[in-house]
Design a protein around this ligand. Structure first.
Ligand SMILES: [Zn+2]
Length: 172
């Protein structure tokens, strides 16, 4: 798995994705709900590494960091202020497991986490951004230019397998 610079075709795909999201929003349609139904905005393409009735975890196709991962809730919560604490605990347990895998599999030195959930009608989501050895530390890791995730299938298989074997207790 590595992140390649965007070529023209990738840039068009990324621009298209942003446009589709904007169009849904302008029509009052939640793009995340839409994506859970159709997968037309963030296609699985082998990028989904974990899913249960509460959340989906997926590698970002156009990441700002190698292995950038999105954890998104299935239900609407505008941000952490609306998040049920049990759900937060569940998300943290999963994050804990994924972060360990980012260290083991990608050799990440640290893994940063952020949540933005800005704009219209939304789903709670968190971003995990691995910082690999040799990469500069600090906030600039949140705003690096997007690239395109390449040669990732074998790596995402490892994550899926590892996460399958962990029991996350849903609805304690
Ligand atoms: Zn929704």
């Amino acid at each position: 798995m590595f992140v390649k610079r965007l070529d023209k075709e990738d840039e068009l795909l990324l621009v298209h994705r942003r446009k589709v999201i904007r169009d849904y929003q302008e029509n009052g349609i939640c793009f995340s709900c839409q994506n859970f139904i159709s997968g037309d905005i963030f296609p699985d393409d082998g990028l989904v590494i974990y899913e249960d009735e509460l959340v989906r975890c997926q590698f970002e196709k156009f990441p700002r960091a190698t292995g950038q991962t999105i954890i998104v809730s299935k239900l609407h919560y505008e941000d952490i202020s609306e998040m049920p604490i049990d759900l937060g605990t569940h998300i943290l347990k999963i994050s804990n497991a994924i972060i360990k895998l980012h260290k083991e599999i990608l050799g990440a030195e640290k893994v940063y986490m952020c949540t933005i959930c800005d704009g219209k009608r939304n789903h709670l989501h968190f971003q995990l951004l691995p910082r690999l050895k040799g990469e500069t530390i600090g906030y600039q890791n949140f705003v690096r230019e997007e690239g395109v995730l390449t040669d990732y299938q074998e790596t995402t298989d490892l994550y899926r397998e590892a996460l399958k074997s962990i029991k996350f207790n849903v609805f304690e």
